[in-house]
Design a protein around this ligand. Sequence first.
Ligand code: ATP
Ligand code: MG
Length: 449
Amino acid sequence: MSRFGIDIPPFAQMALRALETAGHEAWLVGGCVRDALLERKVHDYDIATSARWQEAETALIAAGFTVHRTGTAHGTVTASLNGNTIEVTTYRTDGAYTDGRHPDNVTFVSTIEEDLARRDFTINAMAYHPDRGLLDTGSGQSDLETHTICAVGDASKRFAEDSLRVLRGCRFASQLGFTIEPTTLAAMKKEKTGLLRMSAERITQEMDKLLLGDFVHDALMETVDVLVAFMPEIAACRGFDQHTPYHIYDVWEHTAWVVQYSPKTRLARWVALLHDIGKPAAFYTDANGCGHFFKHQQLSTILAKSIMERLLMSPAFTAQALTLVRIHDRQIAANPRSVKRTLSKLDGDVGLFRTLCGIKRADALAQSELSEPRLKLSYELECVLDEVIASNDAFSLRQLAVNGNDVLELGVPTGPRIGELLDLALDAVIEERLPNERDALIAFLGAQR
Ligand code: ATP
Ligand code: MG
């Protein structure tokens, strides 16, 4: 951690100076101080100031900033200069946050100390000024050093006031790799059902950040008892022994590792989270006491669908994720024909196929060493995919040397039969029964019709 001050970009220094020149007090606060001390990339700068928003606006405009009144009811204006923006907020304390974004009512206060006391976690409750240095009224600095997430003040009360904080805590654990202080974690669990009042969009936003965190395995293990509030389906996965030599982890820990090992994209991470969620329901043991999860993918798809719909995820994203959940375990041989067959089922979407390979790889890595061949296969599949792309072979209707008009011209009436015939033609090309050539395809379609 840097002990020698924080590098502040010129536009943020200018904003601080502009407010101070006009006779106000101003500090950098919150996430930018935390991330700068951790030497992480800072992605947004916030200033807290003694100025009321009208005064801040006047001072910033005088210094050449453009000012937008982005949240004046809460004392916030956004200042921009040469494409950089900074949020400037009057010192305040907050009422409840029913929208999870802005408090319903705020009280403006006169000191930075009071403003810091309203913030969620000690690591987010520090202020910094280039001349006055760090202002840490709580245990922010030592919590950064010991990698601890600790609520400011009475944890239960703070989480009851604003449930978003509960999920922010889980998300910071995943992004920073910090441990949640026991009293804070206990309060998060106690107040978890408050999350049911939050908008689905807000939950999804925080979950996206959590799933994309560098320390997501540890965070999922630590916070599962909180996340169950809006995904009760995962409760059955926690501690569920798989009774098979292919697995060394219970269903939840396996899931947490698959998320950690999967590609760092929103789609891959959600698929990883949900791919085995139907396993507890699909479980049975055979006469030898060995566990099986026959067709668990189908149950996972049903449960994943209900979670994603509840979280109001977009239909296009949901459809892609459910496709991958449904086929995550499907056997694909490492040969061009088999790869092209799968590609055609994915509408020729090469990116989706790569995500599938990434999920298969992560799935194998999160099993016992008996799954080594699956790991090898996931790499081979991507090599075959590269060969297929380089060969220019057809694996989607778009690449076929005929289209719907050709089928119409053969006298087939408009309707679903056209698509069926084209699918048959594509199958024949993929199976190498036909070349992807117009004349051969027309003859084939004519005979099928
Ligand atoms: P990041 O920007 O990386 O998501 P952040 O901590 O900067 O994390 P912001 O939403 O930018 O989060 O908020 C800035 C600061 O405002 C936080 O650091 C924290 O001090 C305070 N804050 C944000 N949301 C809340 C909340 N729900 N309750 C209390 N304080 C909050
Ligand atoms: Mg921020």
